[in-house]
Design a protein around this ligand. Sequence first.
Ligand code: 1HE
Length: 261
Amino acid sequence: MQEIKSPTESLQLEIRDEILLVAINRPEKRNAFNDDLVLGIEKVFENIPPQIRCVVIYGLGKHFSAGLDLSELRERDAVQGLYHSRMWHRALDKVQFGPVPVVAVLHGAVVGGGLELASACHIRVAETSTFYALPEGQRGIFVGGGASVRVPKLIGMARMMDMMFTGRVYKADEGERIGLAQYLVEEGQGLDKGIELAKKIASNAGMTNYALMHVLPKIVDSGQNEGLMMESLIAAISADAPEAKKRLTDFLEGRAKKVGE
Ligand code: 1HE
């Protein structure tokens, strides 16, 4: 275990081999995101140490995050509001399109901006206490941290509309069923599961992870012709990397694991 310096007291960082653990540390405010915390996330993801191959992010205390710190919201005018939302977009783009994949480990509240952060990550593991909501509808505001783009990609537009129109709360098992999380684990097991997944991700060829993070989302957002061409280009580039050639040779000569091993 190796400590690294955090840009804010509201985040705790720890390096374990090739994995960076990022803990949101504002439990007394249910890990609500004030500007300091959003900017802290941005700095952490701008400065991922070179040996790191995967990040696991989780919340300290009883919740992942209660979303936007509402005490900072009241005094903003429209122009400040626009810049504030764009600050969230910048920070969460660094999470989604940073140098390495990110696993979110969820428990308790994953609401508002907390769900926006979780949906910017690449894999979500939920403990049984997890619940998801977009209370912006009830607070009289709208999502501003990227949920309108990222959440429908996980669960579809109709479910997001329902969450905001009616204040619907999804429990952990429902969340896994509809695609808010890919893994559902017992309470207290999330971090272990997240680290186990991070180790697998870290063992992939770098170009595969790069293609999944940076090319797949562009393919999904594009038309079929452009998507298929991007797929061919990235497939050719990935297979040309020395690491890919070695892995293929290892398989053909019986040294690699079979599927599922
Ligand atoms: C907060 C916040 C917050 C808690 N901003 N201070 N998010 C919400 O609308 C969710 C609001 N929070 C809640 O519904 C509940 O706090 C929870 C269900 C998440 C947790 O309940 P509980 O009983 O564990 O905690 P609590 O007693 O409600 O809160 C403890 C303290 O945290 C309390 O402060 P205290 O000084 O009285 O001790 C709360 O005021 C404080 N707290 N949540 C500020 N969100 C980029 S746009 C994104 C837009 C959004 O995210 S909108 C959704 C906002």
